[in-house]
Ligand binder design. Structure first.
Ligand SMILES: Nc1nc2c([nH]c(=O)n2[C@H]2C[C@H](O)[C@@H](COP(=O)(O)OP(=O)(O)OP(=O)(O)O)O2)c(=O)[nH]1
Length: 167
């Protein structure tokens, strides 16, 4: 699968904006806003575009704080393997609006709906809430849902890799 981006808008109260996905990969799950890189796009361009398309929020590339690099692997479905860059978004224009793809809602840090999120999220999202920057590997089992293996490393600094935009 193509490389992906994922944005989590955070408001002044520290709440996370999540959207409940109405279609596609991860349907019915709550998640941040993101999707696959399009040809010729940089990761930040993709992140800004997906955030706007899925939540209605308009952010500038410079307002995205890169906080994680995640390597998603599928034990028995290698065609689904992909990487993702994760951003926190502190500044934007507009207000969250439901779209045909996503229904947005604010959640306090302590009440994220992990039971209706990707199964690895409860492991790494709290690291981001603790203001850590991480690089991680998440291996899903044959059911494409449960976790087979995870590994997370703190990193001092993160930069998008240009080589990953060639696909
Ligand atoms: N929180 C979380 N997000 C994940 C995980 N795995 C994973 O791909 N994502 C994110 C990365 C992307 O933002 C999104 C997958 O991309 P997508 O299928 O929605 O891409 P898209 O919008 O371009 O595709 P589509 O709607 O046209 O099918 O899900 C995970 O384990 N946890």
């Amino acid at each position: 699968m193509r490389p992906t981006t994922l944005c989590f808008p955070i408001n002044a109260a520290g709440e996370f904006l999540l959207g409940r996905k109405k279609r596609g990969f991860g349907v019915a799950k709550w998640n941040g806003f993101g999707g696959k890189l399009e040809a010729g796009e940089t990761f930040r361009q993709c992140a800004v575009r997906e955030l706007r398309e899925e939540s209605g929020l308009v952010a500038k590339e410079a307002d995205l704080e890169l906080v994680a690099f995640l390597d998603f692997r599928f034990d028995t479905h290698a065609e689904l393997d992909h990487i993702g860059y994760v951003y926190l978004v502190h500044t934007w224009q507009g207000t969250p609006a439901p779209t045909e793809e996503m229904e947005p809602r604010w959640f306090s840090a302590a009440t994220l709906p992990y039971e209706d999120m990707w199964s690895g999220d409860r492991l790494w999202i709290p690291m981001l809430q603790a203001r850590r920057k991480i690089s991680g590997t998440i291996v899903f089992a044959a059911d494409k849902e449960s976790l087979k293996y995870t590994e997370f490393t703190d990193v001092a600094d993160l930069t998008e890799s240009d080589s990953l935009t060639a696909f």
